[in-house]
Write a protein that binds this ligand. Structure first.
Ligand code: MG
Length: 383
């Protein structure tokens, strides 16, 4: 029986993780979970599984829940999550969204638990710190991101040294058929309508700008230790090929499947084994008939190009680009900036925020806060 701590339980990955774990209740058991402010969802979860340790974001929710559920040990806030991570467990699923996932990632590694990572920001923002922690503590990190799980699966039975290139596939997001001119007037509703995947709001907008793909390139760099020049992005319109490895003998190993995150979640938990998985939709290539591929244009997706630059530059640049993106997506969803403003503002933040070559965690934390403030400044000035 593997004990699992689930961080970010009320989000899209969190809910699907619970589904996977309940399908294998003879092998996995959730011993603790965290959720943000969605207490309605939390209560729903508590009817599905019995659990002894729960962390919520706000103190007021903590005080009220403590009364309502006297048998559960509650924690609150960012510190509460770190405190909860001291308990005994085999695997931690980190499905927290955004910068807030970095400190838990480091703590998971320090406390010698297997890290099943869905929080890509941990690597975008703090890739160097995570790498160092993994080396120091002989840590284990498995990806929960469809592209990286595909690469991880295509790597089995092969040597990392024989990789020529990683080919990360991209759907192109909700506006892939629009020109830049046509992007000027797009609405929030249209942006949230992804052609292949049903995901959380932020990642859906990030798919439309390809900021998400850029973050995934950085993520791939840290997960598999491959130079940025050897990571390619390729459009696969159908999202059937989840990513590939191009080996030195020019063999391409790909992983295919439907757009269902439960597979990457389960593989991170069951690795190196595979387990049966109940799915409503199984890949039917005869029905799909044709797969389409296209080169990605940096002119069409400038944030993808920027992510490569940020990745190579290292330092606090990842913290800056991530914070700028988090705030811009929020402002776009609230209707306060346009879709194309997202790119302009993120670009300016990366160019204009002070660079720190070897940032500590607290430098990254400060960069995150200062960048957020800078975005609001730019928006208020009408930049
Ligand atoms: Mg992905």
């Amino acid at each position: 029986m593997k004990k699992i701590i689930l961080l970010g339980a009320s989000g899209s990955i969190g809910i699907q993780s619970i589904d996977v774990i309940l399908q294998h209740s003879d092998k996995f058991e959730i011993v603790a979970l965290s959720c943000g402010r969605n207490i309605i969802k939390l209560k729903e979860i508590l009817t599905m599984i019995s659990i002894e340790h729960v962390c919520v974001q706000l103190k007021e929710d903590y005080l009220y829940l403590k009364e309502e559920y006297p048998n559960i040990h509650f924690y609150y806030g960012d510190k509460g999550i770190l405190e909860m991570l001291d308990m005994d467990a085999h695997i931690v699923i980190n499905a927290i969204v955004g910068f807030a996932g970095l400190a838990p990632t480091l703590k998971i590694i320090q406390t010698k638990k297997v890290l099943a990572l869905a929080n890509k920001e941990s690597l975008v923002v703090g890739g160097e710190l995570v790498k160092k922690a993994l080396q120091e503590h002989d840590g284990k990190m498995y990806p929960i991101d469809s592209e990286h799980s595909a690469i991880f699966q295509a790597l089995q039975g092969n040597n990392k040294a024989d990789i020529l290139k990683l080919v990360v596939t991209a759907s192109g997001g909700s506006f892939r058929n629009k020109t830049r001119e046509e992007l000027k007037g797009v609405s929030v509703e249209d942006a949230l309508n992804h052609p292949n995947w049903s995901m959380g709001n932020r990642i859906t907008i990030d798919s439309a700008t390809m900021m998400n793909k850029g973050f995934e390139v950085i993520e791939a760099h840290y997960l598999f230790d491959i130079a940025f020049d050897n990571i390619e992005v390729l459009m696969n319109t159908e999202s059937v090929i989840h990513s590939m490895i191009h080996y030195v003998d020019h063999s391409f190993m790909a992983q295919l499947g439907t757009a269902d995150m439960r597979l990457p979640i389960q593989y991170a938990l069951s690795y190196p084994n595979r387990l049966p998985l109940k799915m409503s939709d199984i890949l039917d290539l005869a029905k799909i008939g044709t797969l389409h591929f296209k080169e990605v244009s940096y002119e069409r997706y400038p944030l993808l190009k920027l992510a490569y630059e940020v990745g190579k530059r290292k330092g606090n640049s990842g913290a800056v680009i991530n914070a700028a993106d988090e705030v811009c997506v929020e402002l776009f969803i609230r209707g306060e900036i346009t879709f194309l403003d997202i790119e302009v503002i993120i670009q300016r933040c990366v160019e204009e925020m002070p660079y720190i070559e070897h940032p500590s965690y607290s430098d990254l934390y400060q960069s995150d806060i200062r960048t957020r403030e800078y975005v609001y400044q730019l928006v208020n000035k009408g930049a």
